[in-house]
Design a protein around this ligand. Sequence first.
Ligand code: DC
Length: 231
Amino acid sequence: MAKRRITIAIDGHSSAGKSTMAKALARELNYVYIDTGAMYRAVTLFAMKERHILNGVVDEEGLVVDLDRLFLAFKYNPATETSEMHLSGINIEKEIRTLEVASKVSSIAKIPAVRTKLVAMQKRMAEGAGVVMDGRDIGTVVLPDAELKFFMTADPEVRAWRRLRELKEKGKATTYDEVLENVLHRDKIDSERAVAPLKQADDAVIIDNSNLTMEEQFEFMLNVAGKRMEI
Ligand code: DC
């Protein structure tokens, strides 16, 4: 059976494993993977560096003015076999994964001008098919016409344990309680914000992976994608 190249949108709660699955699908299908969370994290780091976040308070107006000087790009790194985030030409992939950035990113991601700028970039990046994009508003706002949409979730405790293991593997000092609090806090802000809140698209395939292995989940998603690609 002939196959067409499609666009796959993956949304869901933080630390639900979206990026792991999105990367694996993109690799298997030979598609481009776009991590939109990395873009919101990059704007957060930019805001920190430009001193628009001081003592946890965001100077929204100052940041919005400075958005004209924000230059983000994904560049492929053959050594890690992934596209890494660059800010004004500098690789910031490691810096954007810290708990400090994670704890501030929701307050940046809810700023309308930030979302408008990033959504426009994301739409451009997804032009032409053969794309897997993950985030919170991909199926609802960025790519409402995507041929396939997934919505991934898992119990907050399960997500916190997974995230803690990941952070520990990277040598980051933190505790389960701290990570769980961050997960719950981000769920709340992501779901309650006025602009593009996290919600399931009506036509999304919902996956609760609390009790699924990576392999089970990957097989399921690949299977659904395969069917959607049939012409
Ligand atoms: O997926 P992530 O944890 O790297 O995302 C970082 C933050 O960015 C998360 O708290 C929510 C926000 N985000 C968003 O608002 N919209 C997206 N499309 C992607 C991420």
